[in-house]
Design a protein around this ligand. Sequence first.
Ligand code: CDP
Length: 216
Amino acid sequence: MDIISIAIDGPAGAGKSTIAKRIAKVKNILYIDTGAMYRAITLKLLENKIDPDDKEKVELVLEDTKIQFLNGNIYLDEVNVNEEIRSPKINENVSKVAALPSVRNALVKLQRKIAENTDVIMDGRDIGTRVLPYAKFKFFLTASIEERAKRRYIELREKGYDKSYEDVVSEIVKRDKMDTERELDPLKMADDAILVDTTGKNIDEVIKMIIGHIED
Ligand code: CDP
């Protein structure tokens, strides 16, 4: 039987991970959050006070880092970092780290390896264009900036972070700009992806739409 791979790409706060997690459950396939991997590397560089511009040090860290997904949790060097990687500090720094060719090459390699022999749904920025260009199903999720910022604002508040709505808007706009304009594997809709605008739609509606395409 052929391996099923589903690619979900889109800008920050479009609802990719919520949707992908639910679809993984319904279809009983593995969910891989590639953003979490870039976030984990960012956490490690920050914790070790390594300047992302210091290429040699970044490469040494990459060689000496283990990232794993176990039961829906992400582990950085055997430590569960699910919560820590979602902090505002990581939000502010991740796009710079994700633009580094050494980081991208290492993580794309790992992502492809995971998808090699397993049915997966992967979400990120370059899944349909670079990581799994042959994915059978590709979706590009988006929503208005106001809605994406509102979702992220509520999420951060619930986690106890004190951020204003305006700060969340500017952080998302800045990150989207960096992700779209970077040289290597920028955020871009694949030519053969289906565009899903989630503005004004609830999670169930979006899931129904996506499942409808998959089961067509
Ligand atoms: O959850 P949110 O959409 O805010 O972000 P994320 O999916 O956790 O991704 C965090 C950051 O990682 C993005 O802003 C990108 O800079 C980077 N990323 C990437 O470059 N390529 C991917 N495949 C996934 C994430």
